[in-house]
Design a protein around this ligand. Structure first.
Ligand code: NAP
Length: 421
């Protein structure tokens, strides 16, 4: 076991998860790195830890946590300029499966998103965000149970790639000159200061993400994969993503995958049994469709920015960001991460809902093949909420519910794990 970490304590007990020939070997006592995160991370991190530990124990296993640092906690240990230490990235690379809380990104100036940097460093190219309704959770829509979607969001490119130049710099003027004089886009950019960003969408990045979404749909008996894009406007990036998606569907699978066009041309709209239908929707339409035709959507594959917007909107329909889980997946690597951010105004108040972080941990348990422990976590969370024991975000929408602190809610979930096990 490597122990050349400076500020990080490698647990004395526990074993490493390994990955060989495309398959993950998970011991019963894995070492799992965890970043609590900024803001409310210091509340939801320990809460999720307690619940996941209890679920592991109840199913005859043991989690050995390895605390690693990013954001504020890294600056405190490694120095003011170190936002994402090299050894944090190395820990996730070495131990392969882990979890993280939210990290703050300053708007405008300051350092770039550590979340984006970590996903890119680890090449966890698919940000997977399931949105399903838990019984008893209040929602702003009439039929929240119709929402059972899973969004595969490309995690390494798009306008998130960080290729942009600030107004007033020499660099941005050189890019403007190149675009206007060499690429012929004159009369497009207004005179005066301008900021310019680049949106790379590659065949490689698009196809591996879409493949993953289709594979998931096939393995989990889902009916459709919807490619969400704004290809009517961004013809050479977002429309290309759609076209590469249809190429994957048509060229890499047999009869079990069929495109919507073929379905109508050849089968009068009637899909073959057990087939996955691949279709596409324009992003703005899709944002209203998830509200008006919720039950028609199943698995979604989309680019980075669309995926970010869409999954927050889906999260709202099933009870808000306090509930919505997520995970970043690479090849033989997974980093669980809730959809929500660091909610700085609630920092240190032991107040927010840890469910999103707990259910992200549940995705991690599933990835490790610990399905019994994962089911236990979901059942115990659902049971706790059904008993009317909830945090502030749900309590304000429910009659007769009891408002609990983050840590109290986690304790109740642990109690229910022990009861249900
Ligand atoms: P946010 O932190 O997600 O919070 C927005 C609102 O969502 C909160 O004010 C709260 O709403 C609700 N909320 C979030 N987490 C909750 C929880 N666990 N329980 C209950 N309610 C919850 O979004 P933000 O304020 O836009 O962003 C704050 C910082 O987080 C920014 O620096 C941003 O860059 C960062 N961020 C990080 C990640 C990440 O680490 N992956 C993701 C998104 C944003 P109410 O006040 O209405 O109750």
């Amino acid at each position: 076991m490597s122990s050349d970490y400076e500020q990080v304590e490698v647990p004395a007990a526990g074993s490493k998860i390994s990955y060989e020939d495309g398959s993950l070997e998970v011991p019963d006592d894995p070492i799992l790195p965890i970043i609590y995160g900024d803001g409310v991370g210091s509340d939801v991190g320990p809460a999720a830890q307690a619940v996941l530990e209890a679920a592991a124990e109840a199913t005859g296993r043991e989690i050995n946590w390895m605390r690693v640092y990013a954001g504020e906690s890294a600056r405190e240990r490694y120095g003011e300029d170190v936002h994402l230490p090299e050894e944090t990235v190395r820990a996730y690379e070495e131990f392969r499966v882990g979890i993280k809380g939210p990290l703050t990104t300053p708007v405008g100036s300051g350092f770039r998103s550590l979340n984006v940097a970590l996903r890119k460093e680890l090449d966890t190219y698919a940000n997977v965000r399931p949105t399903y309704h838990l019984e008893g959770v209040p929602s702003p829509v009439k039929a929240p149970e119709e929402m059972d979607m899973i969004t595969f969001r490309e995690n390494t490119e798009d306008v998130y790639a960080g290729i942009e130049w600030e107004a007033g710099t020499d660099e941005v003027e050189r890019v403007r000159e190149f675009v206007e004089e060499e690429m012929g886009a004159d009369d497009v950019i207004h005179d005066g200061p301008v900021g310019i960003g680049i949106k790379p969408i590659t065949e490689f990045g698009s196809k591996r993400l879409i493949r993953r979404a289709i594979d998931y749909a096939l393995e989990h008996d889902r009916d459709s994969v919807t490619l969400v894009h704004k290809g009517n406007i961004m013809k050479f990036t977002e429309a290309q993503f759609r076209d590469w998606g249809y190429e994957v569907a048509e060229e890499e699978y047999g009869e079990e995958v069929i495109t919507e066009d073929t379905l109508w041309e050849e089968r009068d709209g009637e899909p073959p049994e057990d087939a996955v239908v691949v279709n596409d929707r324009i992003a703005d339409n899709m944002l209203q469709q998830i509200l008006t035709r919720t039950d028609e959507y199943d698995v979604v594959a989309t680019m980075n920015l669309n995926g970010d917007y869409m999954s927050d909107a889906c999260g709202a329909q099933i009870g808000g960001l306090g509930i919505a889980p997520g995970g970043n997946f690479g090849d033989g690597m997974m980093l669980a991460e809730p959809v929500h951010g660091s909610a700085p105004k609630y920092e240190g108040q032991d107040k927010v809902n840890p469910t999103a972080m707990i259910l992200s941990g549940r995705m991690m348990l599933e990835y490790m093949g610990w399905y019994d422990a994962a089911d236990l976590v979901r059942d115990a969370v659902e049971e706790t909420i059904s008993e009317g024991l909830v945090t502030y975000d749900l309590e304000r929408q429910l009659e007769d519910a009891e408002k609990l602190a983050t840590s109290e809610f986690a304790e109740e979930v642990v109690n229910n794990i022990e009861k249900l096990a």
